[in-house]
Design a protein around this ligand. Structure first.
Ligand code: OXD
Ligand code: MN
Length: 589
């Protein structure tokens, strides 16, 4: 008798008609074989899927050049398909499940002809964790098959968890013909199913990541009383050896990976990495909030990553412990056959651009601004020993943030959970290259979840409020902004490794002491100068004052435009958020 899993795979194969079906075991040997196929047989846009790179520069590394139209998440082609449009909310594109299914059936009919269908059973979360989920993704390209091995726990433990049940998250993926006109990423939350065609890009095609661990998981989390969030998880060790765990949400390409691996400039402080993109947060048996990272690897932005900005990521990429490491749409240092991107230490000559063309002065960047690496967490020198703790780690602070060249202070502590949720609901960030849209526009991005919350964002804010009530003592909520500029357009704060100074203030606040380390503003608490270690920093005169300034007029305008943004959620917006924002507005005078 076929199991539900076998039946489902058979059904998908009848629709997509692959030449071969390969059940992945997630082994090293298998990954090597699939990479070999990508190097020798398969092509994207006329070029091999993988090109082997110089192992002396980056061990086990391969370059993938995507289809030129397929370089970032395509939010306008991403849908949540549910019978009730209101449930999905204005924050998502909506289609009825029937309409979506018939559209996708046409696009998927025979789409794997002549290709191999890879069947990938995987877990999001540690095999021993009660919070882990079993999933199966099908794909027809080696790049995605190998990326999934890096980013998830693939193989037998997932099959064991599924057994003869139908309880697994399903993902059907095909690159189709890469035509953006025939590209869609459809989510069916009631069926725990994601159906993606036409793109090989990480956020569109590695279905365990944004599609399941955020969009579908956020539906599960709402009804099961937990949170699926776009957050890093780190432990901050102080000179006494005490480790405080925090989770931080920042929009895509705003330095999450750098913060997750920060190498401290303050003696005695050190960061332990648990996750760089997604956190699942549960109420633990002791009533505290516990976080775990469902992923097993990092899919990070390459440009700007260097020994200066993120030495631990460079070490991760060079560790060579886990096979393989992928580079996508970076440039190429021709003489060394090594990946290269803007911001990496030396500037080689000659180089190829991300499409494999000779790079010329004035021709724009060699690496695509959203060029990525895909690398196992096992390679990370700062990986926390708690990363594999099936229960997760207790969270003392939640940090929210964005890229704001003005208005938002370097760091602000909310007075309580409600005010934190209210400010989080209107938080804004200037857009980056991680998704297809105009870069540098201010967009409201509540909890950095706007592109990832799979249901009505008004209800999501209500869920946050309820979560606060489920916790014995909710973690303090902080806001950070490393990107504030002065009148001349220069950054006021050095950022990167120096951000440890802000993290130190944050953990000291959560430890309960430092009563006089903060100054009241109408919207929360900012650090007093004396409470932050600024030794050895070359801040411009007046910079600290500007960095911590909360301008009443700017913030009144901020709340007004935030309210305008929230108006689209109508009566799904919790009254308490509305009233909380009114109160903050009144505080501003
Ligand atoms: C990512 C993103 O890839 O947020 O993590 O776009
Ligand atoms: Mn992300």
């Amino acid at each position: 008798m076929a199991t539900p899993l076998e039946k489902w795979v058979e059904e998908q194969a009848r629709l997509t008609r692959p030449a071969r079906i390969h059940w992945c075991d997630g082994s090293d040997e298998e990954a090597r074989r699939i990479v070999e196929i990508g190097c020798r047989e398969e092509k994207v846009n006329g070029q091999p899927v993988f090109q082997e790179l110089n192992p002396d520069a980056f061990p086990y590394s391969y370059l993938h050049r995507s289809h030129p139209t397929d370089v970032a998440r395509t939010e306008h082609l991403t849908f949540v398909c549910h019978p009730d449009r209101e449930e999905v909310g204005p924050n998502n594109n909506w289609l009825s499940p029937e309409a979506a299914r018939s559209r996708m059936r046409v696009l998927t009919d025979g789409c794997m002809a002549g290709r191999t269908m890879y069947v990938m059973p995987y877990l999001m979360g540690h095999p021993d964790s009660p919070y882990a989920r079993a999933c199966v993704q099908l794909t027809d390209i080696s790049y995605v098959a190998v990326s999934m091995r890096i980013m998830t726990r693939m193989g037998r433990p997932a099959l064991e968890r599924i057994g003869g049940s139908d309880d697994f998250v399903k993902g059907l993926h095909s690159v189709g013909d890469f035509n953006p006109e025939r590209r869609f990423i459809m989510h069916f939350p009631e069926e725990h199913f994601v159906w993606s065609v036409g793109s090989g890009y990480g956020g569109n095609a590695l279905l365990g990541k944004k599609c399941f661990s955020l969009r579908i998981a956020s539906w599960l989390a709402r009804s099961e009383n937990w949170l699926a969030e776009h957050m890093i998880i780190i432990g901050i060790e102080d000179p006494r050896g005490r480790i405080t765990y925090v989770a931080a949400a920042l929009p895509s390409a705003c330095g999450k990976t750098n913060l997750a691996m920060l190498e401290s400039t303050l003696p005695g402080y050190r960061i332990w990495t648990l996750g760089d993109d997604i956190a699942w947060l549960h109420v633990g048996p002791d009533g505290r909030l516990y976080a775990l990272n469902p992923e097993a690897g990092f899919f990070g932005v390459a440009p700007g990553t260097s020994l200066r900005t993120n030495p631990n990521m460079v070490k991760t990429l060079q560790a060579g412990r886990f096979y393989p490491t992928l580079f996508t749409n970076t440039g190429l240092d021709v003489s060394r056959n090594a990946p290269w991107w803007e911001g990496l230490d030396e500037t080689p000559n000659p180089r190829l651009d991300w499409q494999g063309r000779p790079w010329k002065e004035g021709a724009g960047p060699a690496a695509h601004p959203n060029a990525r690496f895909t690398v196992s967490a096992q390679n990370c020198p700062t990986l926390s020993p708690e990363y594999d703790n099936p229960a997760g780690v207790p969270i003392s602070a939640i940090i929210l943030g964005g890229r704001r060249t003005s208005v938002a202070p370097l760091v602000l502590q909310s007075r309580d959970w409600l005010e934190g949720v209210c400010l989080g609901s209107i938080m804004g960030s200037e857009t980056t290259a991680a998704a297809i849209h105009q870069v540098g526009q201010l967009r409201r991005d509540p909890m950095a979840m706007l592109p990832f919350c799979g249901y009505n964002l008004g209800d999501y804010l209500g869920h946050w409020l309820r979560m606060g009530e489920s916790l014995k003592e909710p973690p303090a909520i902080f806001f950070v902004n490393w990107f504030r500029k002065d009148g001349g357009g220069d950054f006021l704060w050095p950022g990167f490794r120096e951000n440890i100074r802000v993290m130190k203030w944050i953990i000291e606040r959560t430890a309960g002491g430092q009563g006089n380390g903060a100054a009241e503003t109408p919207i929360g608490l900012v650090p007093e100068r004396s409470a932050v270690n600024l030794d050895g920093l070359d801040l411009a005169p007046g910079a600290w004052k500007e960095l911590t300034a909360v301008d009443r007029n700017e913030w009144r305008a901020e709340i007004t435009t935030g309210r305008e943004f929230l108006a689209q959620f109508g009566d799904r917006l919790p009254t308490r958020v509305r009233e909380g924002l009114d109160r903050l507005d009144r505080n501003l005078g």
